[in-house]
Ligand binder design. Structure first.
Ligand SMILES: Cc1ncc(COP(=O)(O)O)c(C=O)c1O
Length: 386
């Protein structure tokens, strides 16, 4: 499980303190893109600026938009893709551990690591699996350090935080993915940035079209990061169904959780080693927060995880491990010198978690089949290992 942590990017003081103004993007590459911007503005971010682009590019563009004077820097993060953006803009990611219950970045560990950074540029919470990170804590931390919050909301379109606010709307910038596995996924790659800051909006808007404004006049070095009109057309249609898909995912999660609870599954706060049925269901923060279940993650003891997965594969039940190698242990960050035990919760989660099928089209019969197959296998193996 990749830890999800903060990503930081530098922040020009002016941008950090600029008053937030609602804006809107009216520059579009096609009618489809324009239509998509409009409906996303209305339904998701309510008057926030919307720019469409590839998600990784969205994070890159956010990072670049905030990097007025490149300096060596610190960032905190755990999500592989967003961390790449930190490195690509010449900053150094600083990884923080996860909260073992929600799998989101641990605010206390983030605060501790932020204290140790001598040139902190930004904090980047990732709203993992469709559940909001602790935005109250991260916003307070950002204010304390005078750095922006860049929300990685790639897995969380429609997720609400503990105040009932849509994620991606309270930080300085929100970044989103329309990759096909997301709750709102296109037929290919796509993504988006949201902000209430006019200057950042202008910079990101230019950045996605080679830094041009006006046409053929390049004010900054940018990239090609436009959203395809075809993807915008697909997304605009799918967006109409998003709420019903969220509701179906929630229903699916409830079916699993009920079935596992009936088998004696551990509550989210119980350790797997407490002697009960060795399976833990995911935690959902209470309303007004909303989990949109981009993933439904269960936890089993390390010695069972891979065998259970193999058993499910044999029974034609698809699963995934998000993520098998924590970010601080990825080869591309070996030079940062982290030891596995530096982030113990992230390390343990990488060995104990499995994602189950949760997409909206699943029937109750399929859900019960998945739950029963798991319960029978875990029961048999728990008895053997007792
Ligand atoms: C949390 C998170 N951040 C960033 C990304 C990157 O999104 P994209 O693949 O659209 O660039 C993903 C995609 O898997 C993600 O899950």
């Amino acid at each position: 499980m990749t830890p999800k942590v903060v990503m930081v990017v530098m922040v020009p003081t002016e941008a950090a303190t600029a008053p937030k103004t609602s804006i809107v993007t009216l520059k579009y590459t096609s009618r489809c893109c324009h239509f998509l911007y409009r409906i996303v503005s209305i339904t998701i971010v309510q008057k926030g600026l919307v720019e469409a682009m590839h998600c990784c590019r969205a994070v890159d563009n956010s990072a670049r938009a905030m990097l007025v004077k490149p300096r060596s820097q610190e960032v905190k993060n755990t999500m592989r893709k967003s961390t790449g953006a930190i490195s690509r803009v010449g900053l150094t990611p600083v990884f923080v551990d996860i909260d073992p219950v929600t799998y989101n970045m641990c605010p206390e560990h983030t605060a501790k690591m932020a204290e140790q950074c001598d040139d902190l540029r930004a904090i980047m919470p990732v709203h993992l699996y469709g559940q909001a990170a602790d935005m109250d804590a991260f916003i307070e931390l950002g204010e304390r350090h005078g750095v922006p919050i860049i929300e990685d909301a790639a897995q969380a379109m429609g997720t609400k935080d503990s105040q009932g606010a849509m994620v991606g709307t309270r930080g300085t910038i929100g970044t989103w993915s329309f990759f096909p596995t997301k709750n709102l996924g296109g037929f290919g790659d796509g993504g988006m940035c949201t902000t209430h800051d006019d200057e950042l909006a202008e910079s990101m808007r230019m950045d996605r079209v080679h830094g041009m404004e006006p046409k053929y006049y390049h004010r900054q070095v940018g990239v090609n990061s436009r959203l395809d009109a075809l993807q915008a057309a697909v997304l605009a249609v799918k967006l109409r169904h998003l709420e019903s898909w969220h509701a179906k995912r929630k229903h699916n999660a409830d079916v699993y959780t009920k079935a596992f609870a009936a088998a004696g599954a551990a509550t989210t706060e119980s350790p797997l080693s407490d002697g009960g049925f060795p399976l833990r269901t995911p935690h959902a923060n209470p309303a007004p927060a909303r989990h949109i279940y981009n993933q439904y993650i269960i936890r089993v003891p390390e010695h069972m995880r891979d065998d259970l997965r193999a058993h499910l594969t044999e029974h034609k039940i698809g699963t995934e491990i998000y993520y098998p190698v924590p970010l601080h242990m990825q080869e591309c960050f070996a030079d940062l010198g982290y030891a596995p035990e530096d982030l113990p919760e992230s390390l343990l989660a990488s060995k104990e978690t499995i994602a189950l099928p949760i997409y909206p089209d699943l029937s109750d019969e399929q859900l019960h089949h998945v739950a029963t197959t798991i319960i029978e296998w875990v029961t048999a193996h728990a008895a053997v290992n007792a």
